[in-house]
Design a protein around this ligand. Structure first.
Ligand SMILES: Cc1cc2nc3c(=O)[nH]c(=O)nc-3n(C[C@H](O)[C@H](O)[C@H](O)COP(=O)(O)OP(=O)(O)OC[C@H]3O[C@@H](n4cnc5c(N)ncnc54)[C@H](O)[C@@H]3O)c2cc1C
Length: 448
C-alpha cells in the first residue's frame, strides 16, 4: 500500500492520507463498538474529481474501498475490515445552490444533517428526514442507507427526498443526475438504484435534495398507554383525524427507566405504564386540536409546543440507543413488520429472548407508524447469534423485513434470504458485477 499511499497523496494532498494508527482510529470502530478493523489508510478527497482519481488508483492496485460518511451507521457497512482502505467523504461538505422555485438544494455528500437543517431553516424550508444521529450522519451516508427516522410516516425515507445524485463507480465512471427534474423518464432510474445500495455500487459525491416547507407550529405529546394495542388504536385515530401528523414513535417502561437513571432525568409521569408514545404534529398554524385523540386514549399525557419542551419530551425516546449501548455491546436488530402485527411480534420476541438468553436485557422501541421495531438485546456474547437468528426468523414469519432503515451492512448478510427471493438476490449480484466487476466497493456488505 505504501506506493499507493504515495500516489494517493499526490491526488488529495499528504495531509489527507492518514496511516498513523492514532489518526485512523476514529474511522475504524463503529458507534456501537460491535464492528472494528484496521484500515490500510484513510483517504479524504476534497472534490468529485479527487474521488474519481482515488477510485481509479485503488482499482489499478486492486485495493478494496469502504466509503464512509459520519460513521454513525449501525450495521458495520462503513467500518473497514482489516486491510481495506477507508474513503472518507466528510470533506465534500459544501452546501450549494438552494433553488427556491424547485424547493431543492444541491449538497456535497459529506454535509452533516444538522448543518443542512440549520441552512435551509433560515431560508423557510426544512429537510424531511431527521434522526438522533443528526450531529454526525452525512447526507451521502443517509442516502446510501436510505435512512428513515420518525418523520417517514409523513414524508417517506431518503429515497423520497433524493431528486438525483452525482456518483462515481469503482472504475471511475460517473453518474450525474443533478438537474432536479422530478419528471424524467428517459431511461432507468439510476438514482433510485444507488439510494440504499450501502456503498456497494458507487460512491455518492453530491446530491440534489427535495425540501419541504418549514412548519413553524409544532406540537409534541408524550403519551402513556397501557399496551401496544391501545397505541395502535391511537395511531388509527390520528391517521384519520390529524393531517399534520408527522411522528408516532414509541418505547417501553424498561427503556424509560434506564434512560432516566443514566441521564438523571425525571420520570415523566406519576404512574408507570407499559408503553410510551411520542406523537408530533406540525403545520403552519397551531395543530393542537388534531391531537384530541391523545387526551382521550392515553392514561397520562405531557404536551409541549416550544423547542425546549419538545426536545425534552423527545429525549426520552432519542436517548434509548445511546443508553443501551452504554450498558454493553448490543445485539442490534432494526426490523419492520406490518403495523398491525407489532404487538404480537413483540410478544414473540420477548418469549424468544426469555427462552434463548435468560437474564439478557431487552430494549424494544421504534417508529410505530411504520411498523419499525428496534430490537436490542444486551448481555449475550456477540458470537452467540441464536437470538439474532430467532428474531429475524420471527420477522420473516410475520411478513416483515430484516432491515427497516439501517441496512444490511455486514451485520445481516447471512439472513438476506429471509427478506429476498433467490431470483432477487441473483439479480442484485448481477447488478453488482455490472457496476463493480472487480468487487472493490464495500466487498461482502449486503450480498455477503
Ligand atoms: C444515535 C443514532 C440514531 C440513529 N437513528 C436512525 C434513524 O432513526 N433512522 C435511520 O435510518 N438511521 C438511524 N441511525 C443510523 C445512521 O445514522 C444512518 O444510517 C445514517 O444515515 C448513516 O450516515 P453516515 O454518514 O453516518 O454513514 P456511515 O455510517 O459513514 O455509512 C453508512 C453506510 O453508507 C455507506 N456510505 C457512506 N457514505 C457514502 C457515500 N457518500 N457514498 C456511498 N456510500 C456511502 C457506507 O459505506 C456504509 O455502508 C442512527 C444512528 C445513531 C448513531
Amino acid at each position: 500500500v505504501s506506493g499507493l499511499a504515495e500516489r494517493l497523496s499526490r491526488v488529495v494532498g499528504r495531509a489527507h492520507v492518514l496511516e498513523d494508527e492514532q489518526l485512523t482510529a476514529a474511522f475504524e470502530r463503529d458507534f456501537t463498538g460491535r464492528f472494528a478493523g484496521r484500515a490500510s489508510a484513510v483517504v479524504r478527497p476534497g472534490s468529485v474529481a479527487e474521488v474519481r482519481e482515488v477510485l481509479r488508483l485503488c482499482a489499478e492496485a486492486g485495493v478494496a474501498v469502504v466509503p464512509q460518511g459520519g460513521h454513525s451507521g449501525l450495521v458495520g457497512g462503513g467500518t473497514p475490515r482489516d486491510g481495506e482502505l477507508v474513503l472518507s467523504l466528510r470533506r465534500l461538505d459544501r452546501i450549494e445552490e438552494l433553488d427556491e422555485d424547485a424547493a431543492q438544494v444541491t449538497v456535497g455528500a459529506g454535509v452533516i444533517l444538522e448543518n443542512l437543517q440549520a441552512h435551509v431553516r433560515e431560508r423557510g424550508f426544512d429537510f424531511a428526514v431527521d434522526h438522533a444521529g443528526r450531529g454526525s450522519a452525512t447526507l451521502g451516508g443517509m442516502a446510501a442507507t436510505n435512512a428513515g427516522g420518525p418523520y417517514a410516516v409523513r414524508y417517506g425515507s431518503m429515497r423520497a427526498q433524493v431528486a438525483g445524485v452525482e456518483a462515481v463507480l469503482a472504475d471511475g465512471r460517473v453518474v450525474s443526475r443533478l438537474s432536479g427534474l422530478l419528471k424524467d423518464n428517459a431511461g432507468f432510474d439510476l438514482t433510485g438504484l444507488l439510494v440504499g445500495s450501502e456503498g456497494t455500487l458507487a460512491v455518492i459525491a453530491r446530491l440534489r435534495l427535495r425540501l419541504v416547507p418549514l412548519l413553524p407550529a409544532r406540537v409534541t405529546a408524550l403519551a402513556a398507554v397501557p399496551d401496544l394495542e391501545r397505541g395502535l388504536e391511537l395511531l388509527r385515530r390520528l391517521r384519520a383525524e390529524a393531517p399534520s401528523l408527522q411522528a408516532v414513535d414509541y418505547f417501553h417502561a424498561h427503556g424509560l427507566r434506564r434512560v432516566c437513571e443514566r441521564h438523571g432525568l425525571p420520570l415523566p409521569f406519576r404512574a408507570d405504564a407499559d408503553v410510551y408514545l411520542v406523537v408530533e404534529c406540525a403545520a403552519r398554524r397551531d395543530p393542537s386540536d388534531e391531537l384530541a385523540a391523545v387526551a382521550e386514549l392515553a392514561t397520562e399525557t405531557a404536551v409541549a409546543d416550544d423547542e425546549r419542551g419538545r426536545a425534552a419530551l423527545w429525549a426520552y425516546r432519542e436517548l434509548q440507543n445511546e443508553t443501551l449501548t452504554a450498558l454493553g455491546v448490543p445485539h442490534k436488530l432494526d426490523v419492520s413488520v406490518p403495523v398491525a402485527r407489532v404487538p404480537v411480534f413483540e410478544r414473540d420476541v420477548e418469549a424468544a429472548v426469555a427462552r434463548l438468553t435468560p437474564g439478557a436485557e431487552l430494549f424494544l422501541y421504534g417508529h410505530l407508524g411504520d411498523g419499525n421495531v428496534h430490537v436490542n438485546v444486551v448481555g449475550p456474547p456477540l458470537d452467540d447469534q441464536r437470538i439474532d437468528e430467532a428474531v429475524l426468523r420471527l420477522v420473516a414469519g410475520h411478513g416483515g423485513s430484516i432491515s427497516a432503515e439501517h441496512g444490511v451492512g455486514l451485520a445481516k448478510t447471512e439472513w438476506l434470504s429471509l427478506s429476498r427471493t433467490p431470483d432477487e438476490i441473483a439479480i442484485m449480484r448481477d447488478l453488482k458485477r455490472a457496476l463493480d466487476p472487480q468487487n472493490l466497493l464495500n466487498p461482502r456488505r449486503v450480498l455477503g
